[in-house]
Design a protein around this ligand. Structure first.
Ligand code: NDP
Length: 323
C-alpha cells in the first residue's frame, strides 16, 4: 500500500482525495494545510496543520503538493522534498527549468524523488508533443486549449472596476484545426488559434460599453484575440458558468515520404480540470515511490519517466494485455 499525504487543500487537493478513492493500491494518511485544520472541510480525510507534517515522516511514502504555482510551489516543493518524495503540478512554463534545478539539488542531497510539473499541460500534452516530434520530425506541432475556463483571465476580468463577477472561456478555432488536419500549411497568429468569450456580472450603475472596451483592449490578456462579452445576472453566472471544464488538442501534422500525409491528434475533453489534473498527479505519485524504491533519486518530469511506472499492474501482465 502506498501511503499518501495531500499538502494544500484547494481544488486540486479535493481532486486528489477523490482520485485516491479510485486507486486501491494507495491510502490517504491525511490532508496538511497552512490554515487552522478544523476550518478545512474535507471529504472524510483527517486534516492536520502543515507544521505536523515532518513528524509523520515514517507514515508517508509520498506527498502530493497541491499548492498554487505562482507563490506556493516554488517554496513548498524544495522544502518538502528535503524530507519526502513529492509530486507537483508547477505550471509556470518559463520557470520550469529553474524549478527543476532547485528541486533536483534538494532531492539528490536528501535521497528523495520529486516529479515536478505534471498534470495535462505541462504533463500529458508535453509527452504527446515529444512523441509526435520524435516520430515525425518533418512536421509541425500545434497546441489548442479549450473549450475551457481560464482562471487567470477570469481573475483579470474581476479586477476591472465595475465588474462584480466573471468567467472567461478560451475557445479553440475548430475551423483552423480542420484545415490543418486536411494538410493545409498555415502561418498562424495568436488571433487565428483561439477566441475568448467572457460572461460578466456588472456592479450597479456600471457602463456596459466602457467595460467592453476596457476588456477587449486589455494587453496580454485580450487585445491579441477576438473577444466577445456577454452581460448576465449573478444568478445566471452561478447557474451556468461556475464549473471548471477544460481540455484541448495537441495536433501534429507531418509527412514521411514526399507527400505522404500523417496526422497525430491527442485530445482531452474534461468536465473538471482540477479533478483530472489530480488524477494525473496520483498516477505520478505511484511512479515517484517506485523510483525511490529503486534509489533513482532526484527531480523528474513526465519526459523522464517510463510509462510502466505509472500503472498499478505489473509489467509482465502489461506486456501480455497492452501490447
Ligand atoms: P487553489 O487556489 O484552489 O488552491 C491553492 C492553495 O490555496 C491550496 O493548496 C490551499 O493551501 C490554499 N487554499 C485553497 N482554498 C483556500 C481557501 N478557501 N482559503 C485560503 N486558502 C485556500 O488552486 P488549485 O487547486 O485550483 O490549483 C493549484 C495549482 O494547480 C494551480 O496554481 C495551477 O498552477 C496548477 N494546475 C496545473 C495543471 C497542469 O496541467 N499542470 C492544471 C491545473 C492546475 P492551504 O490548504 O495550505 O491553505
Amino acid at each position: 500500500m502506498i501511503k499518501v499525504a495531500i499538502v494544500g487543500y484547494g481544488n486540486l487537493g479535493r481532486g486528489v482525495e477523490r482520485s485516491l478513492k479510485q486507486n486501491p493500491d494507495m491510502e490517504l494518511v491525511g490532508v496538511f494545510t497552512r490554515r487552522a485544520p478544523e476550518t478545512v472541510e474535507t471529504d472524510g480525510a483527517t486534516a492536520y496543520h502543515m507544521q505536523d507534517l515532518v513528524a509523520k515522516k515514517n507514515e508517508i511514502d509520498v506527498c502530493i503538493l497541491c499548492g498554487g504555482s505562482a507563490t506556493d510551489l516554488p517554496v513548498q516543493t524544495p522544502e518538502i522534498t528535503q524530507h519526502f518524495n513529492t509530486v507537483d503540478s508547477f505550471d509556470t512554463h518559463a520557470k520550469i527549468p529553474e524549478h527543476f534545478a532547485a528541486v533536483d539539488q534538494v532531492a539528490k542531497e536528501n535521497h528523495t524523488v520529486s516529479v515536478i510539473s505534471t498534470g495535462w499541460d505541462p504533463g500529458l500534452f508535453s509527452l504527446n508533443r515529444l512523441y509526435a516530434q520524435a516520430i515525425l520530425p518533418q512536421g509541425e506541432t500545434y497546441t489548442f486549449w479549450g473549450k475551457g475556463v481560464s482562471q487567470g483571465h477570469s481573475d483579470a476580468l474581476r479586477r476591472i472596476e465595475g465588474i462584480a463577477d466573471a468567467t472567461q472561456y478560451t475557445i479553440p478555432n475548430t475551423e483552423i484545426i480542420e484545415r490543418l488536419k486536411a494538410g493545409e500549411k498555415l502561418t498562424l497568429t495568436t488571433r487565428d488559434k483561439h477566441l475568448r468569450e467572457c460572461f460578466v456580472v456588472l456592479e450597479e450603475g456600471a457602463d456596459e460599453e466602457k467595460i467592453t472596451e476596457e476588456i477587449v483592449t486589455m494587453p496580454n490578456y485580450f487585445s491579441d484575440y477576438d473577444t466577445t462579452v456577454h452581460f448576465i445576472s449573478q444568478e445566471e453566472l452561478n447557474r451556468d458558468h461556475k464549473a471548471a471544464p477544460h481540455g484541448g488538442t495537441v495536433l501534429h501534422t507531418g509527412t514521411t515520404h514526399e507527400n505522404t500525409k500523417q496526422v497525430i491528434e491527442y485530445r482531452l475533453d474534461l468536465e473538471s480540470n482540477p479533478e483530472f489534473t489530480a488524477s494525473v498527479l496520483v498516477a505520478y505519485a505511484r511512479a515517484a515511490v517506485r523510483l525511490a524504491n529503486e534509489k533513482q533519486f532526484g527531480a523528474f518530469t513526465v519526459l523522464d519517466i517510463a510509462p510502466k511506472y505509472l500503472s498499478p499492474i505489473d509489467v509482465e501482465t502489461l506486456r501480455k494485455e497492452l501490447l
